[in-house]
Design a protein around this ligand. Structure first.
Ligand SMILES: NC(=O)c1ccc[n+]([C@@H]2O[C@H](COP(=O)([O-])OP(=O)(O)OC[C@H]3O[C@@H](n4cnc5c(N)ncnc54)[C@H](OP(=O)(O)O)[C@@H]3O)[C@@H](O)[C@H]2O)c1
Length: 212
């Protein structure tokens, strides 16, 4: 059966996105310095050759174990689930060929027709809650896995449902001081994880946990 996994970047003080990074300030990265903070959080990823190629950022890039980890994330994923706030930012920021290449189920209260992108990504807007989105994702992923892409709100809902099999965190040595916190709003019984592996680099510590 498909695994459900999360792979995100986290600031050292536990934030997935800095304060000020919202739609109202999307074109003002100087607001609360959100642009520089986000850039620092994502720097490790944008150095990787595989991702540079997917995002059309130009040639070059690292080709070592982190790059292979990134490649594996893309290759294993048969469907994505994300929240509307992540989607809203991405709709403005992703290249035309949005870098998912699978169905993407967007949890939202907004009613909207599917949005088909070149390259194999189609966004479906789901108004029936996280369990329904997971059901649809499982049906379309086949034997591949389901990535809960983010943001924090959506990951918290799936942690609370107890369905996250693997939690991958790139812990980046930057401090945000505020923003969207990953670990909050969790209910008892909280899920339990054990450390599976750790890949340590100067840019980020890649922590891989599996559910106990
Ligand atoms: N650090 C990383 O690796 C990483 C990864 C992904 C995202 N991010 C960042 O995280 C931020 C977004 O995270 P977030 O926690 O603020 O928001 P989010 O999880 O992306 O989206 C939350 C929104 O999705 C909709 N939604 C969620 N659950 C729903 C449900 N059960 N039913 C209906 N609608 C539902 C609601 O929007 P509506 O009511 O408007 O529909 C809700 O406000 C962005 O800045 C993004 O760039 C960071």
């Amino acid at each position: 059966m498909s695994k459900v996994f999360v792979n995100i970047s986290l600031s050292l003080d536990g934030y997935m996105a800095p304060e000020g990074m919202d739609l109202a300030h999307f074109s003002d990265p100087g607001y609360k310095n959100w642009g520089a903070k986000w850039g620092a959080l994502m720097a490790w990823a944008l150095k990787q050759q595989y991702l540079r190629d997917k995002l059309k950022l130009g040639p070059g890039g690292e080709t070592g174990p982190v790059n292979e980890m990134v490649r594996h994330i893309f290759e294993r994923t048969g469907a994505h689930i994300m929240g509307k706030r992540m989607f809203d930012g991405g709709e403005r920021g992703w290249p035309e060929e949005a870098p998912f290449y699978t169905p993407v189920y967007v949890l939202t209260h907004e009613k909207r027709e599917p949005w088909v992108r070149p390259g194999g990504t189609t966004f479906y807007f789901i108004n029936d809650g996280p369990e329904r989105a997971l059901e649809l994702a499982r049906a379309s992923a086949g034997s591949r896995d389901i990535r809960i892409s983010g943001g924090a709100d959506v990951i918290q809902q799936y942690l609370n449902l107890g369905v996250v099999d693997e939690l991958e965190i790139a812990l980046v040595p930057v401090l945000f001081g505020g923003g969207r916190r990953l670990f909050e709003n969790l209910r008892e019984p909280v899920p339990k994880f054990r450390i599976d592996k750790i890949l340590d680099t100067p840019d980020a510590t890649h922590l891989h946990y599996v559910r106990q």
